[in-house]
Design a protein around this ligand. Sequence first.
Ligand code: NAD
Ligand code: WQD
Length: 350
Amino acid sequence: MKNTVIVTGGLGYIGSHTVVELLNANYDVVVADNLSNSSEKVIDGIHKITGKTIEFINLDIRDYFKLESLLGFYQLSTVGVIHFAACKSVGESMKEPSKYYDNNVTGTNNLLKAMKRYKADNLVFSSSCTVYGQADDLPVTEQTPQKPAESVYGRTKQICEQMIKDFHAEYNYNSVLLRYFNPIGAHESALIGELPNGTPDNLLPYVAQTASGKRELFTVFGDDYNTEDGTCVRDYLHVVDLAKAHVVAMEKSTEKNLKAEPINLGTGKGYSVKQVLEAFETENNIKVNTHYGNRRKGDVEAIYADPSYAFEILGWTTKYELKDMVKSVWKWELNLQNKTCSKNTCKCQK
Ligand code: NAD
Ligand code: WQD
């Protein structure tokens, strides 16, 4: 029986949590990752959580021949491919567009070609709510018209979605396009989590690093938006809920013969930056040194998902609430700080 799942970018933030859920569901996992934004130490965390081992191949998906050999080697046992490997910094993508087109678009094209060559069925693709831009109507459904994405990063996701759709003309496979809203949090063991590279762009890593003393001041980007408290609204979902969605999406994709099926993954609830900050402070009983600053260029005012299609087609729904998410973020941050400096209040720059 085919039981192997190939996971590109499987040592990254969402990938590592998904690998844990795949192992818990008794799949054999092969991770292909070039470690550009992760570390081999993540393998230890996965092993400690699950008691199981994975195959790890240090591979860059832009290297077509290596990628093709990998798919060829596992041809007879592959049940699905989950494709996380990509660069994901919105800001960096505006400064280095070629890096993003190369890694995200060329990498995905290579994967599709190699899958076709070895008739690997079933692709689960990491897309993003960024493909919607600032939607006119909320909540966002899969039918909400897509605006041109604000960033190069967002445009690479729109292009990859289109490539995956177009590939169906020359190759019969199943595929799903998972449009994540804002994943946050970490595994409850705090053995795996998000490893921000340098200064974090994203809200929760910045808040947690400020709380721990690694950053001096957290800036709220704008409090003059047309929202209840003036700060931006997003749909934050727990990374473990998100990871579980990948396992079920891979299975339902074959069962329901899905072809480039877009699926929103979110909770359906919007929280403002201020609400998230307050939840973090209350649940963890810690104060975050905060300043209210200017808007960040390119931020949309408010976005949250209508996740009803994910429930209808996958039977998937989120279990964790905001309080669970912010608690797990802090537990992970403390764990990271302990590893580095052996004290929770360290001010070192890792
Ligand atoms: P991440 O950076 O933590 O993980 C990506 C992994 O891919 C890393 O381990 C990195 O080393 C690897 N990688 C990158 N380029 C590679 C290449 N050319 N060859 C092999 N490995 C490569 O990011 P993440 O947050 O886990 O995101 C995973 C996916 O989900 C990405 O495609 C991202 O665009 C998408 N996504 C992320 C978010 C988010 O907020 N984190 C939201 C929506 C979509
Ligand atoms: C959330 C909110 C900020 C940092 C990005 C990508 C998107 C997707 C998810 C991959 C916003 C505010 C943040 C800070 C702040 N990724 N904020 N101070 O921008 O919604 O989405 O990650 O696909 O494509 O664009 O996430 O975490 O950066 O910001 O006030 O220091 O927090 O303005 O309202 P975003 P984020």
